[in-house]
Design a protein around this ligand. Structure first.
Ligand code: ADP
Ligand code: ZN
Length: 529
């Protein structure tokens, strides 16, 4: 590739300073921007907060014509366009939230050459009228934001993104820049292939976040654990707490407020005005905690978020990385804290089982969950595991929980055999299927109504597991699930055996488990599984 002309360098730096008011480029921005400004194609893999937007905005401003940006984040288009207009950039968008009058005005501005940037929702690519419109103006470049949406392997697949290859066929001379914060090898390859970007320059930023301390703890009483964390280490700090359900968002925000931690809820079920108020309070105020579903955060840019806490297990490592990545954008020490337990595994497997989509889709979701579980159960450095997941390498960070307190592993073969054989006997001798709670009660030899009712005290495994506590048994079950040596199925999350379980039961396969902290092992957790 020819290196960029000094004129290009000068032009892009001038726009950076004059329009955006920044002194210098970050990381690889300058290389990316000059290369696209000179008409080259680019594939950019950069973590959230790395500064991807400038990578297409500046080339769009220095090249003649309009930069056409395809983005799935329809909810954010208005904000993005407003922000650009405030900087004096002529920007507009076309999506389904507009009435036809508004749409026509934007289309006219595009045709008249009065726009610098035009944001397009992906579903507009299917309309013949969109191609006809684009034919009537001059296009500076195509920017494909959130390019991982083209990947069927990824966690965010959008069928409309498959239409993007048509853009290139119709306007082969227009440079393209595809951007994403998802950088697994599989996704990277798939983006390049589906968007026909093989000849593009690939820019892969490091996914290492040295200032983030990653910690994953077994879940006992999560809101209490969270409060302890905030009181001990993050009093007065801004933070984001992620929960899976709207109900637990509300409950957790209330609990924190009741306990002297200023906190507001954020989820899609709230009135849009309440949501907007809570979001802008979070951005403006110091030390406010937002408790949110994953709907919160896309496009949020607050540099001093000191902690991101997950009270429920994220569905994928990509999601976890993106959400935790919102901590510490200012480079100061920050905490990524996740509490995870058996019920997370059970409920997520259940959700996958009942999710729409074919078998291949469910298998994909399961593989994403498996990767997340492997990160939770690892005895290695969490940061290195994350980097490896994104195809990068690193040295143990000496900062994450496993580096600071290397977990002991222990030979759990015998307990694993006991637990699995309880499941086996229920299935084979009784044709019965139960969740973890009942299986643990059987092993502990408890005398509950449910035990008597089903005559489980007559099973040979009844009372054969008194060497471990209830909490420890649940830990064993969780780790077996995470290792694929046990499965949960159906609406009630009943336990089932896998090929791996058969190896443990009948072929002497050894099972190594991670030792749980005393406190958690002793705690008895609520029965939901
Ligand atoms: P991404 O899309 O990769 O998540 P953004 O493009 O939203 O990241 O950028 C994140 C933040 O960093 C924004 O506030 C942006 O204005 C800021 N930023 C980007 N590039 C620079 C730069 N060269 N100098 C200073 N701030 C920058
Ligand atoms: Zn580490």
């Amino acid at each position: 590739d020819p290196s960029p002309t000094p004129a290009t360098r000068e032009a892009v730096t001038e726009v950076l300073r004059r329009v955006f008011g920044y002194d210098s480029f970050r990381g690889e921005q300058e290389e990316i921007i000059t290369s696209v400004a000179d008409g080259g194609d680019a594939l950019v893999l950069m973590p959230t907060g790395g500064g991807k937007s400038l990578c297409y905005q500046i080339p769009a401003l220095v090249r003649p014509g309009v930069g056409v940006v395809i983005s799935p984040l329809i909810a954010l288009m208005q904000d993005q366009v407003d922000a650009l207009r405030n900087l004096g950039v002529r920007a507009g968008f076309l999506n389904s939230t507009q009435d036809s009058g508004e749409r026509r005005a934007v289309e006219q501005a595009f045709v008249d050459g009065e726009l610098d940037l035009l944001y397009l929702a992906p579903e507009r690519l299917r309309l013949a009228s969109t191609a006809q419109l684009l034919d009537r103006g001059k296009i500076a470049l195509f920017a494909i934001d959130e390019a991982h949406c083209v990947s069927q392997w990824g966690h965010d697949f959008r069928p409309d993104y498959l239409e993007l290859s048509a853009l290139h066929e119709r306007w082969p001379e227009v440079p393209r820049i595809a951007l994403t914060a998802t950088a697994t090898k599989a996704t990277h390859t798939e983006i390049a292939q589906r968007l026909n970007l093989g000849a593009a320059k690939h820019f892969v930023a490091s996914f290492d976040r040295p200032n983030i301390q990653y910690r994953i703890v077994p879940k006992a009483s999560p809101t209490k654990q969270l409060l302890d964390l905030i009181r001990a280490e993050h009093a007065g700090d801004a933070g984001i707490v992620y929960c899976l359900s709207r109900a637990s968002v509300e409950k957790t925000a209330q609990f924190l407020s009741d306990n002297g931690v200023p906190a507001v809820p954020y989820h899609a079920g709230l009135d849009s005005r309440v949501r907007a108020t809570n979001q802008s309070r979070f951005l403006r105020e110091d030390g406010l905690v937002v408790v949110a579903t994953i709907a919160f955060g896309m496009g949020i840019d607050k540099p001093d978020v000191r902690f991101v806490a997950h009270l429920d297990l994220p569905k994928s490592v990509e999601g976890y990385y993106q959400e935790t990545g919102r901590a510490g954008r200012d480079g100061q020490p920050s905490t990524a804290w996740l509490a995870y337990g058996l019920t997370d595994v059970v409920s997520q497997r259940k959700m996958i089982d009942s999710s729409e989509g074919d078998l291949a889709h469910r298998r994909k979701l399961n593989l994403h969950l498996d990767a997340m579980l492997a990160l939770c159960e690892t005895v290695e450095c969490r940061r290195v595991r994350l980097l490896n997941y994104f195809g990068q390498t690193g040295e143990p960070c000496k900062n994450c929980d496993t580096c600071l307190n290397p977990p002991e592993s222990w030979d759990g073969t015998v307990p694993a055999q006991k637990l699995l054989s309880a499941v086996y006997r229920l299935d084979h001798e009784r044709n019965q299927h139960f969740g973890t709670g009942q299986v643990v009660d059987i092993l502990l030899g408890k005398q509950t109504e449910k035990i008597t009712q089903h005559r489980h005290d007559e099973l040979s495994v009844y009372g054969k597991g008194t060497e471990l506590s209830e909490g420890q048994w649940r830990g064993v079950a969780r780790q077996l699930l995470a290792q694929g040596l046990l499965d949960v199925v159906g609406d009630y999350g009943t336990l089932a055996l896998t090929d791996g379980s058969a190896e443990v039961l009948f072929q002497g396969r050894k099972v190594m488990l991670r030792r749980e902290p005393e406190k958690v092992a002793r705690a008895s957790t609520p029965r939901t599984a």
